[in-house]
Each structure stands twice: as structure tokens, then as C-alpha cells.
Design a protein around this ligand. Structure first.
Ligand SMILES: [Zn+2]
Length: 376
């Protein structure tokens, strides 16, 4: 999964986690459908589809063969290869046509895996202590395997939904499709094949308790990442004659102020619904804090307790955090430049310019002097 990136209008969900909820391994006694899911999953994981060096075309062809062997017509299964070793798969199960199709998207490619960094072979599906290991076993091949297995099962059972179900397995997602060979290529060259009323892709996740799925998260957008560059300049000098103004101290002071700053609570329809529905899964205290936060008069202490939990805090507000630091040029010279990068994750709808204006205020020193700040 890209960790990241731009606001997306696609809905995301792990709804189709048929075989391996969150990578959890399966028992020995498999039904034929479970066995099929396992075999497809294993086949996908064991084809090296590392974006730069692997072969997504091979993976697309393998999935196409599975579908055709299960009775899908040639015109409903397409392996589209815009470059050597690059492949996208598009397959369609015909419904009654009463409604517009749904598009299910998974990616074939994986990020690199060095054998030396792994305790097992990353391109061999290994089941160990109740978990599956292998590059792509969770991102995103369990999802692709689930889609393909489900399509096969629908076909064999004669299932006719009220809309076509289209599965697209794209290449190059892990590099944001920057060569335009994946989803962008499909959109530009085969829009008709993937045209749908709405799409589901990865991102939401299925939560499991005692072996049972208790929650399927749906993500309607992502926070918008913006990185700001902070530069503090100073005439410098020799370290034997320090001056009160010092670029490193000045920058550090601003960053300490930032560390104590919290953007205001900003819930939207999606996060409100998520907290309202998921409160039941947490401790009594947390559930009651959530209900207070969602009420007309949120209790400040309740909000503070929730904000102290990083995964909640990230849902509650825009965040900005220092991620890189640089400064000075010699051990015996006063620094002429101290720099930091501050990475913000902005709640969709908040203008980046407003976040920047807030940062400038937060970082300003006691005299109101602003640190040099430039966006993105
Ligand atoms: Zn992914």
C-alpha cells in the first residue's frame, strides 16, 4: 500500500478478504474454495513482481489463465502490457446490467525485498505460527487473490449480480505509476474496460478478534501530505566568539514550539461516522470519551485523552511533525544555516495555505520573527 499520497476519491476497503484476514493463516482442512484461494495466493506471491525488476505481466497472465480455465470468455479477460515485463489485468463478470458496473482494484507490483533482510524467502509463501510470510502477502496480493478467487466462484455458482463486476489488477502502484504504465495507462487507453459507477481499492482494512472479522473499515479519502522546508540563516562567525543569535538555537526553539502545538479538532462526516460506529469496540473509558467528543458539548479532557492516542489523534486533526534536520558546516564555525523539514498531513478540505499561515505563527520567536518557510 502506498502510505500516502494524494487525496483520492476512490473508496477503499478490505471487504473482500476471503482467505486470509489480515494475513492470518488458514487451517489444514480446507474447503475446495479455500484451497483455490490458497493456491492463487501462493502463485501470486511466488511470482516476483518487484516494480523495477520483477514481471507484472507474468502475474497478469497467470491470473488470466486461472479465469479462462474457470470458464471466462476471452473477451472478458484482458492482459494489457504497455511495456516489457509490465502487465495489467482486467476481467469482467457479467451481471444483469440493471446498474452500472463496480470496479475492484488491486495492484500486482510489490516493493523490493532483499533476501538478506528476510528470515524466509520473500518470494515463497511461507506459513508459520499462524501467519503467512512473503513479499506482497498483505500488500496487495491477498486482495488480488481474493478478487480472482471470488470471480471464479461467482462464475461457477452462476451468480448474476445486478451490475457487472470488473476486477483490475494494475502494475506500478508502488511507484505512484510515475511512468504511466498502470492505472493511468488503463484510463487513457482502455477506459471503456474499467468504466464503473464506483470503485473499491485497498486501504480500509478488516479487523479481526478471536478469529472473526468484527469490522470492515472504509476510507473515503486520505489526508493530504504537504512538506514544508524551514531555513534559518545567520551571518555566522567563529565558534570562539559565540553570539546570542544562533541559527541552530533559533530553529530548535521553533521546533520545540511546534512540538507543543496541536491543530484544532476537525471531524468530518467520515471520521464522525467511524468513531460513532467503532466506539463499541474499545474500552469503556475510550467509548465514553468518543461519545463525549461527538456530542454537542465535547469534554476537553475526553478529547485530550483521545488525542494522546496517536492513531486517534491522526484522525482528529491536521498534524505537522518535524522529520528531518540539518545545520552548520564545521565544528568550529557558527552555523550560517539550519534547516528542517516539517511534514504535514492535512484533513481534506483544509487549505494548505491556512496550515502554512498557522505554522508561521507557531514557529515565530518571542520577537515575532518568522523562520524562513517554504511549502512543499
Ligand atoms: Zn498497496
Amino acid at each position: 500500500m502506498k502510505n500516502t499520497n494524494n487525496a483520492s476519491s476512490l473508496l477503499s476497503t478490505g471487504l473482500w478478504a476471503l482467505l486470509a484476514l489480515s494475513g492470518q493463516a488458514i487451517a489444514d482442512d480446507l474447503t475446495p474454495n479455500q484451497q483455490l484461494a490458497h493456491d492463487i495466493y501462493k502463485e501470486l506471491v511466488e511470482i516476483d513482481t518487484t516494480t523495477a525488476t520483477g514481471d507484472t505481466k507474468r502475474a497478469a497472465e497467470a491470473m488470466a489463465s486461472r479465469l479462462k480455465a474457470a470458464g471466462f470468455a476471452d473477451e472478458d479477460v484482458h492482459v494489457l502490457s504497455p511495456a516489457p515485463h509490465k502487465g495489467n489485468l482486467v476481467a469482467r463478470l457479467h451481471g444483469t446490467g440493471k446498474r452500472k458496473p463496480i470496479l475492484l482494484v488491486a495492484h500486482l507490483d510489490v516493493v523490493p525485498a532483499l533476501r538478506a533482510d528476510w528470515s524466509v524467502d520473500p518470494f515463497k509463501l511461507t506459513e508459520q505460527d499462524g501467519y503467512f510470510y512473503g513479499r506482497g502477502s498483505s500488500d496487495d496480493k491477498y486482495m488480488g487473490a481474493s478478487f480472482i478467487t471470488n470471480l471464479i466462484r461467482y462464475k461457477q455458482e452462476g451468480y448474476k449480480p445486478d451490475r457487472d463486476i470488473i476486477v483490475a489488477m494494475e502494475t506500478d502502484e508502488e511507484i505512484f505509476d510515475h511512468n504511466g504504465l498502470g492505472i493511468q495507462w488503463l484510463l487513457a487507453n482502455h477506459r471503456d474496460l474499467i468504466d464503473a459507477e464506483f470503485a473499491l481499492n485497498e486501504g480500509g482494512g478488516v479487523y479481526v478478534k478471536d478469529g472473526k472479522a468484527i469490522r470492515v473499515n472504509i476510507q473515503t479519502s486520505e489526508k493530504v501530505p504537504v512538506t514544508f522546508q524551514l531555513d534559518v540563516r545567520n551571518p555566522g562567525g567563529h565558534s570562539s566568539v559565540p553570539r546570542p543569535d544562533n541559527a541552530i538555537y533559533h530553529l530548535a526553539q521553533g521546533l520545540v514550539q511546534l512540538s507543543k502545538f496541536e491543530f484544532p479538532l476537525h471531524l468530518n462526516d467520515t471520521t464522525r461516522a467511524w468513531f460513532a460506529r467503532s466506539a463499541q469496540f474499545f474500552s469503556q473509558q475510550t467509548a465514553s470519551d468518543i461519545r463525549s467528543m461527538l456530542s454537542d458539548k465535547p469534554d476537553a479532557l475526553a478529547v485530550a485523552r483521545l488525542s494522546a492516542i496517536p492513531v486517534f489523534n491522526a484522525e482528529l486533526r491536521t498534524t505537522c511533525v518535524a522529520t528531518m534536520l540539518q545545520g552548520g558546516h564545521a565544528a568550529n564555525a557558527l552555523p550560517q544555516l539550519a534547516s528542517a523539514k516539517v511534514n504535514c498531513r492535512i484533513i481534506p478540505g483544509e487549505p494548505a495555505a491556512e496550515v502554512k499561515a498557522t505554522l508561521i505563527k507557531v514557529l515565530a520567536d518571542e520577537a515575532g520573527q518568522e523562520l524562513g518557510i517554504s511549502g512543499n
